[in-house]
Design a protein around this ligand. Structure first.
Ligand code: NAP
Length: 483
């Protein structure tokens, strides 16, 4: 690996301001494009997770007393360092996650944008003075940091899923203990290295790798942890929610999705095809907001299918460092197996394959699929595929497609294409999701609240609302002001 700043590649955990590479058990991390080992990280557990919490508790006591200006300045430096080292960060990200290098750079820019946004937002955690219910009183509401926050993050966005949590947490005055996904720890550790250089005090940001069960147990049950912020699957979210009950922790859960992408008969079809390319194939279809079910009106179904397949067949699949590659490998063998299972199930129930296929049994590359003649009995109608498969479902009217789009336990994102203003409002209002792309296939930005309803989770990340997740309200009634 060629890095301009080799110290960014840390094969050690970051605990209480120290890089800890214990001699004990380690876990190898492989490059999904080649299967080669990139490096190893410590495989730590309960004891070190508790150490992290202790360090975070101590650091929090000091950090919460710093000025908002100070916190803003430190975050701004961290942002500047991320941009300065964008090529190295993207190299590490592509190596361990597989996404194309340019897409990895896009993720680092996106990840950094949260640090920038919350460096600005740090100064704006305003309280309020409320007109009092008494003549001789005043009601004052302040916002206080919640305390030690534990974060657990997935592999699909190894940088952005971290900064989306820790930037608002640090801006608010909280500290954090983080367990990144086992597939992508090096991006997290590189971010911690830059955070250290930006001047985040020791103990404020701790990154521990290892046994997710043991670490998750400490994070959810230790009384000193006041909030758990998790991004990952709905199943694991439910486990963490259960575990957190014993200490009544605040929870933020960014979970799975099953996004509908609807193309109405009055849509600009070319724009819809371009939107579908982004909403479906970014990160090889491994995003929580991926279009999982593409509903296309009968009148434009064939045209959309042909145009989409023509675009999809142009996508180059391969190692993320190769020129022109826009679809990298899937993250592991079980992801490939899931794609295979979903495609086989659809074909067995009558779907047609317009393009796509498994490229190599041994490797993790999948040529992106477009499937037609899908129906609601197929696995893809109800389960998140998390791969480069665009299944096209036919529909005939607005009410019918709304019912089908909402017929899922998930409620993260939805997309639709129409040129009718009335329909745009009507449909957006009826979709049971947290985020809607109207004539847009890419909705993620630090400026807007990201999150879902139903079993897609709790809470929001990004925007001013993302900061509130790490603040508690305190109300003070000042009485006797007439004396
Ligand atoms: P996952 O299996 O739920 O893993 C996510 C994280 O949880 C990893 O760090 C994992 O650690 C950890 N984990 C697993 N079991 C645990 C347990 N019992 N206790 C504590 N931690 C545990 O999800 P994934 O497959 O990595 O990610 C894909 C999922 O994330 C998809 O469902 C996707 O939709 C969702 N996602 C949602 C959003 C959103 O914002 N809503 C964003 C991105 C992804 P190990 O790696 O060590 O196993």
């Amino acid at each position: 690996m060629k890095l301009n700043y080799p110290e960014l590649f840390q094969q050690a955990c970051y605990i209480d301001g120290e890089w800890v590479a214990e001699n004990g058990e380690t876990k190898a991390v492989t490059n999904p494009s080649t299967g080669q080992v990139i490096g190893e990280v410590p495989f730590l557990g309960e004891e070190q997770a508790k150490q992290c919490v202790s360090a975070a508790q101590t650091a929090y006591e000091k950090w919460k007393k710093t000025t908002a200006n100070h916190r803003a300045d430190v975050l701004r430096r961290w942002y500047d360092l991320m941009i300065e080292h964008i090529d190295d960060l993207a190299t590490i990200l592509t190596l361990e996650q597989g996404k194309p290098f340019n897409e990895a750079k896009g993720e680092i820019t996106y990840a950094a944008s949260f640090v920038q946004w919350y460096s600005e937002e740090a100064r704006r955690a305003y309280g309020e003075i409320v007109p009092s219910h008494r003549e001789n009183g005043k009601i004052v509401v302040t916002k206080e940091p919640i305390g030690v926050v534990a974060a657990i993050t997935p592999w699909n966005f190894p940088a952005a899923m971290i900064t989306r949590k820790c930037a608002p947490a640090f801006a608010a005055g909280c500290s954090m203990v983080l367990k990144p996904a086992q597939e992508t720890p090096f991006t997290a550790l590189a971010l911690a290295k830059l955070a250290q250089e930006a001047g985040l005090p020791k103990g404020l940001f701790n990154v521990v790798t290892g046994d997710s069960y043991a670490i998750g147990d400490v994070f959810t049950k230790d009384k000193r942890v006041r909030k758990v912020s998790f991004t990952g699957s709905t199943n694991v979210g439910k486990i963490l929610m259960n575990q957190s009950a014993s200490t009544i922790k605040k929870l933020a859960l960014e979970l799975g999705g099953n996004a509908p992408f609807i193309v109405f008969e009055d849509a600009d079809i070319d724009a819809a095809v371009e939107g579908a390319m982004i909403a479906k194939f970014r990160n090889a279809g491994q995003t929580c907001v991926c279009a999982n079910r593409l509903f296309v009106h009968d009148a434009v179904y064939d045209e959309f299918a042909q145009k989409l397949a023509a675009r999809v067949m142009q996508l180059k699949v391969g190692d993320g460092f190769e020129d022109g590659v826009s679809i990298g490998p899937l993250i592991n063998q079980s992801s490939v197996a899931k794609v295979q299972e979903h495609v086989d199930d659809a074909v067995a129930r009558g779907a047609n394959i317009l393009c796509g296929g498994l490229l190599d049994e041994e490797k993790l590359f999948v040529a992106p699929y477009v499937l037609t003649e899908m129906n609601d009995d197929m696995l893809m109608a109800t389960e998140e595929t998390f791969g480069p498969v665009a299944p096209l479902f036919r529909f005939h009217d607005e009410q019918e497609v709304l019912e089908r789009a909402n017929d899922t336990e998930y409620g993260l994102a939805a997309y639709f294409y129409t040129q009718s203003l009335g329909r745009a409002w009507r449909v957006a209002d009826e979709l049971e999701v947290g985020m809607v792309g109207i004539n847009e296939g890419l909705i993620s930005t630090a400026a807007a609240p990201f999150g879902g309803v139903k079993e897609s989770g709790l809470g929001r990340e990004g925007s001013r609302h993302g900061m509130d997740e790490f603040l508690e309200l305190k109300y003070m009634l000042m009485g006797g002001l007439d004396r």
